[in-house]
Design a protein around this ligand. Structure first.
Ligand SMILES: Nc1ncnc2c1ncn2[C@@H]1O[C@H](COP(=O)(O)OP(=O)(O)OP(=O)(O)O)[C@@H](O)[C@H]1O
Length: 650
């Protein structure tokens, strides 16, 4: 058919007209048969149909070449008359330009085609804009406000007396592709946030564009000033810092603890960030890193202090909750992805390196570890090992120039290798609140806030000296070292509107809380006693079982095997005490005999006899009393030296 149309086109061009049927017949055999068919059944002249088709084809290719010429002329004019700067999709500046457009152009212009964003968990573009429209928690708003950005295509605007165009370009990564015959881009789908931009300006100089980009950056900086960026790793399977959250900046003055310690801490970081310090470190081959450990009971401000410090020094805070880090590999990947100048917060550092011990505890109901009570506090919480952590803190692959902050509620349990200088350069204790800090907290809660308003608009505003007097009165009721700052903050929040009510009710609150704390302590003491007793009973039971097995052994080999087991356990225990690695723990975990039994075996081996006859007799009695464990210990204590070890080991 195409050849027919082409032939019709040629005939037309040659001026031979649509009637030269002979020509067609000559070149295309069977043409007259088709001609007859068309005439008879469709009442159409085939040559006429072909000629029309040829005319349409010629018109279409004419339009196409006209389009191409038009497009060439358009781009030539564009090149001649405009200047432009392109910005990659993943560049922060890209977001900053969109941000500026969203705030200045789209709100003022009656743009009718936009992209709407509400809450996204993956795309950080809108985080920079989020600050302009905040969720009003006071009125219990459940939704984030919708924000608007330019969609695909060109946004026109005037800036600094120049005509600007910002073109958001569809890429192969964008979900939708459309040509002019299909749905236009701006209707086909929303941009994903990583499309490149081209900023153009009518005029031949790029300087105004550079100025415009600076304006966009300044605008974003101003928005960010009151916030700090906290980056977290959310998608555990990817090991990347995938989400950023803007947290309101927290002034350091709002974290109450020893003022001298606070001052020294700030001076330390100030000094560390000084450019000369970096030179000093580098010049002397000292790794340029600084680590701080913030420790103390829960609710004493460790996390708050980290946030305040990040804000104070204008650094991004990279937050890792250690128990949720998958393994050493993940930890290393996350650390490798850190920028050189940032703060890293490792929360609950004490959860590292205890996994195997924890799983042993879980799988064995009859644990005999002396540390059981202590380990309960953070049982089974992290998959990272201590060596993995030490490696990222100062291994060869670890970045220089960052500040690592660690928090722990159990600093005394931390391994010495972790808290040695170079990894932890300064330890900051955040403890229970002092009366002076209470006073400061009171003044902060009821004084004017950083934005100049009252803490609660509904609060009765009191003259400053009156407020100070009440604050002093208030703090007199707070006993030293009993309450955490979080507890006190909780109390004050109950009286947000009225400092006077807070002051009136504090005495009663303190009495009630002290009583509650006393009761809780008493319960905890009893529970600990009970637990200790049970543990002793378990150990004793095991010792007795082993002693019986020794007495009834069938062969020297069996005895020997038992002895080997005991020795292996002793060696492993020694390793655990001396080393920080996991091998010792693993070996220790591979055996399960109790300490007392260990002594029995060793005592027995001294005289070449597994048991003295006295011991054997005693054990008969133990066997009888087996179910009454309370009576077992006195029985064992009356034993010969071979069994005395049992009670020593308890
Ligand atoms: N020293 C403090 N000064 C001011 N506010 C504090 C202080 N300590 C705690 N708070 C307040 O108590 C709450 C909890 O504080 P934060 O999370 O910082 O404590 P934490 O020590 O990190 O607790 P945890 O060990 O449980 O993680 C916050 O709202 C914070 O404002």
């Amino acid at each position: 058919m195409n050849s027919l149309v082409a032939l019709a086109g040629t005939s037309l061009l040659n001026g031979s007209g649509p009637n030269s049927v002979e020509d067609f017949e000559q070149r295309i055999p069977g043409f007259s048969v088709m001609q007859n068919f068309f005439k008879k059944w469709l009442r159409l002249e085939l040559t006429t149909v072909l000629t029309i088709a040829a005319l349409m084809g010629a018109a279409s290719s004419g339009v196409q070449s006209l389009q191409e010429t038009g497009s060439k002329i358009y781009w030539w004019i564009v090149r001649f008359l405009t200047a432009s700067i392109s910005i990659a999709g993943n560049d922060r500046l890209n977001r900053e330009v969109l941000n500026w457009l969203g705030a200045h152009v789209l709100t003022q212009k009656s743009t009718r085609i936009l992209t709407a964003n509400s809450e996204s968990v993956r795309n950080e573009a809108w985080h920079y804009r989020r600050v302009t429209q905040e969720r009003n928690d006071l009125h219990h708003e459940k939704r984030m406000p919708v924000q608007y950005l330019p969609t695909f295509g060109t946004t026109w605007f005037i800036h600094g007396r120049s005509l600007f165009m910002v073109k958001r370009i569809l890429t192969s990564n964008s979900h939708y592709h459309s040509s002019w015959t299909r749905t236009p881009d701006e209707y086909a789908g929303a941009p994903e946030g990583d499309e490149p931009l081209v900023v153009m300006r009518l005029g031949r100089s790029v300087e105004p564009i550079k100025n415009f980009l600076e304006t966009c950056r300044d605008f974003s900086d101003r928005q960010r000033e009151a916030y700090i960026t906290v980056r977290i790793s959310k998608r555990s399977y990817e090991d990347s810092w995938d989400a950023s959250i803007l947290r309101p900046l927290r002034p350091l003055e709002t974290v109450h603890f020893d003022e001298a310690v606070k001052k020294a801490l700030v001076a330390d970081i100030d000094n560390y960030l000084d450019v000369n310090t970096r030179k000093y470190y580098n010049g002397r081959g000292i790794p340029y890193r600084r680590g701080f450990l913030m420790h103390g009971p829960p609710g004493t401000g460790k996390t708050s202090l980290a946030l305040a410090l990040a804000g104070r020094f204008g650094l991004e805070l990279y937050l890792l909750h250690m128990p949720s880090v998958r393994d050493d590999d993940s930890l290393e990947k996350l650390f490798t992805a850190l920028p050189p100048r940032c703060m890293v917060l490792l929360e609950d550092i004490d959860a590292v390196g205890i996994k195997r011990r924890a799983s042993r505890d879980d799988s064995e109901s009859e644990s005999d570890s002396d540390d059981d009570d202590d380990n309960d506090a953070y049982r089974g919480r992290s998959s990272c090992t201590l060596s993995g952590l030490l490696n990222v803190l100062d291994g060869v692959a670890s970045q220089e120039g960052r500040i690592v902050l660690m928090t722990s509620n159990f600093a005394e349990k931390l391994d010495k290798a972790l808290v040695r200088p170079g990894r932890v350069d300064r330890m900051i204790y955040l403890g229970h609140i002092s009366p002076r800090s209470c006073e400061l907290m009171f003044l902060r809660m009821y004084g004017p806030d950083v934005h100049g308003g009252s803490p609660a608009d509904r609060a009765v505003t009191l003259p400053a000296d009156e407020l100070e007097r009440i604050a002093r009165e208030f703090s007199k009721h707070i006993p030293e070292g009993v309450f955490t700052p979080a507890q006190l903050q909780g109390f004050l929040l109950n009286y947000r509107d009225s400092p006077l009510d807070a002051s009136t009710n504090i005495a009663q609150w303190v009495r009630d809380e002290v009583e509650i704390i006393g009761q809780a302590k008493e319960r905890a003491r009893k529970a600990a006693e009970q637990k200790k007793k049970k543990k002793k009973e378990r150990k004793l039971k095991k010792a007795v079982e082993l002693a019986e097995a020794m007495r009834n052994h069938d062969s020297d080999e069996e005895l020997d095997a038992l002895r080997q087991r005991m020795k292996a356990r002793r060696r492993a225990k020694g390793k655990v005490d001396n080393e920080t690695g996991d091998e010792g723990k693993e070996a220790a975990e591979s055996t399960d005999a109790p300490d007392g039994a260990d002594e029995i075996v060793n005592g027995a081996s001294d005289d070449g006899d597994p048991m003295s006859s006295d011991a054997a007799e005693g054990l008969d009695k133990v066997g009888e009393d087996y179910n009454g464990l309370d009576t077992v210990k006195p029985v064992l204590e009356s034993y010969t030296p071979a069994t005395n070890g049992v009670s020593e080991g308890l």
